[in-house]
Every structure is written in C-alpha cells, then in structure tokens.
Write a protein that binds this ligand. Structure first.
Ligand code: HEC
Ligand code: HEC
Length: 235
C-alpha cells in the first residue's frame, strides 16, 4: 500500500466508525452502564434483578461435577471468571464442569447472543431474566469480555503494583480500608486477590447489587494494576 492509499483507507475507516469489541474509549455512552450491569448479572444475576435465589441444581450442570444448588445457576460457575471455561482457571479443581467459555463470542451480535442465553440448555425464561437483563448480558458478552491471559500469569497479576497502590488509595480504600479488611462481611481483599480472575472481573464490572464502582471504561490495565497491589495486602 502506498502512502496515499493508506491515508485514504484510514480516512474511510474513520468515517465508517467501526466499533471494536473491547476498547472502552470507543463505546457509546449508554453502552457502558449496560455492559457493567451485564457483568454483574454474569456474576450473580438474581442479586441484580432482585429475584429469588434458585433452589435446586441447574439441569445443565453435569451430575459428576462437584458443586450443587444456586451457585450452579451463576453464569460464572459454568463459563468461568476468565470467560474461557474449561480452558482456564476452572480446567481442574472443585469448579471443573467441562463447559466451554464465551470469550469466542466477544464482538458477536448481541441479539444472537441473547437468543443463546434464553435457549437450551439454559432455560433462562422471562420469569427469571427480563429482556433488559438479557440485553445487558449480551452486551457484556459481546463488548465487555476481555482476554485475561496477558494480565495473569501463574496466578499472579502482571500489573504494576505501584500504579495500583495509588489507584487503590483513591478509588477503593474509602470503602475497603487501607488494608482491605474494613468490610467485615467479606474476606480480606488480600485473600480474595488469590483468585485474580474473579478479582479482575469484579473490579471491571462491580459487585452485584452493591454501590461499588465498575472500572471497565478505564480498561483492563487499570484492573490489572489494582489486582497486583491487592496481591500485596494482608490475607
Ligand atoms: C449449568 C451450566 C450453565 C450455566 C449456569 C450457564 N450456562 Fe451458558 N452454556 C452452558 C452450556 C452447556 C452451553 C452449550 C455450549 C457448551 O456445551 O459448552 C452454554 C452455552 C452458552 C452460550 C452460547 C455459546 C456459543 O458458543 O454459542 C451463551 C451465550 C451462554 N451460554 C451464556 C450464558 C449466560 C449469560 C449465563 C448466565 C445467565 C449462562 N450461560 C449460564 C452451560 C451453562
Ligand atoms: C462504595 C463503596 C465501594 C467502593 C468504592 C469499592 N468497593 Fe469493593 N465492595 C464494596 C461492597 C459493599 C462489597 C460487597 C461486600 C460483601 O460481600 O458484603 C464489595 C466487594 C468487593 C469485592 C468482592 C468481594 C467478594 O466477597 O467476592 C472485591 C474484589 C472488591 N470489592 C474490590 C474493590 C476494589 C479493588 C475497589 C476499587 C477499585 C473497590 N472494591 C471499590 C464496596 C465498595
């Protein structure tokens, strides 16, 4: 390609305005809130919709896998905090179910994704999740999911803990305390950060039904830097 062609292609690309799948800076303003709510629904949907916690084990949860009860209804239990299901953190151990992740759907058509959530093997009818919730989940799956692989290696965040310390002190410490132990209803943040995939998901999308902020609009590096700092806090 010569310089003129390159300039022309760039100009056309700018005019056409192709929305990339994960760059928060290019999102429509209304999309950001939908994606964050979708991420919280993915975590524990009944808290977000103020619905009833499911009682039995989900019919699609394999009978030889180890969990039972309401947790088997959480999207994260089957598809993973890292969105790669049986290829990621849940490839072994007590959370192993053998079910695939959804990261391959990043950038996909939200309407088609919504139909998959409603359909088999899920049984997520309108009695459980209304159309707005399905729409938010589909937005999260299409535009909120991100690849955690560059940010977590061997269970350690690859982020910059010094940057994370400054972010933590100004964004998180007011609620969680300087040592991450101020909220007594949850384990210390230093302990939770032993699961950096879960921690990054919660920093990016927030905690279901809590006033905690969602930092997705600032990008995954911010979440990785904070996670690196959390991994230095007392357990
Ligand atoms: C009990 C386990 C389980 C739970 C809970 C669950 N899923 Fe699934 N999901 C599956 C299985 C099994 C498939 C079929 C694909 C496969 O076999 O891996 C699937 C497929 C999907 C697909 C289509 C995947 C594709 O590649 O086309 C989407 C989208 C999806 N799930 C979203 C969700 C969302 C959103 C939630 C939470 C509201 C959720 N799932 C909860 C088990 C589960
Ligand atoms: C407005 C207050 C508030 C702010 C600000 C806040 N959080 Fe939270 N956070 C909460 C609450 C409340 C919970 C839920 C506690 C519980 O489980 O009872 C929570 C839960 C969490 C959890 C999940 C805990 C679990 O049990 O799984 C993580 C991880 C977390 N916060 C990290 C952070 C980080 C990192 C920041 C800064 C980027 C932050 N929070 C900012 C209020 C806040």
């Amino acid at each position: 390609m010569n310089t003129f062609t390159k300039t022309a292609v760039a100009a056309i690309a700018a005019l056409v305005f192709i929305v990339p799948s994960v760059s928060a800076g290019d999102l429509q303003p209304g999309d950001a809130a939908s994606i964050a709510r979708g991420g919280q629904l993915y975590d524990k949907w009944w808290k977000v919709v103020k619905g009833t916690e499911p009682s039995g084990t989900h019919a699609a949860y394999p009978s030889d896998a180890k969990k039972e009860g309401s947790t088997t209804w959480r999207c994260k239990e089957c598809h993973g905090w890292d969105y790669i299901g049986d290829k990621g953190r849940y490839s072994s151990g007590s959370h192993y179910s053998g079910i695939a992740g959804l990261l391959g759907l990043a950038g996909g058509d939200p309407a088609a994704i919504g139909a998959s959530i409603r359909g088999e093997p899920h049984g997520f009818g309108a009695d459980l999740l209304d159309d707005a919730a399905i729409g938010d989940l589909a937005m999260f799956i299409s535009k909120g999911q991100f690849d955690m692989a560059p940010h977590i290696v061997d269970g350690n965040s690859t982020g910059d803990a010094a940057v994370g310390e400054a972010l933590y002190a100004t964004v998180c410490a007011g609620c969680h305390g300087g040592d991450g132990m101020k909220i007594k209803e949850m384990p210390p943040l230093g302990e939770i950060a032993g699961n950096p995939q879960e921690t990054m998901h919660k920093i990016m999308f927030g905690q279901p039904a809590e006033s905690m902020p969602a930092l997705h609009v600032f990008g995954a590096q911010v979440a990785a830097d904070i996670t690196a700092y959390l991994q230095t806090l007392p357990k």
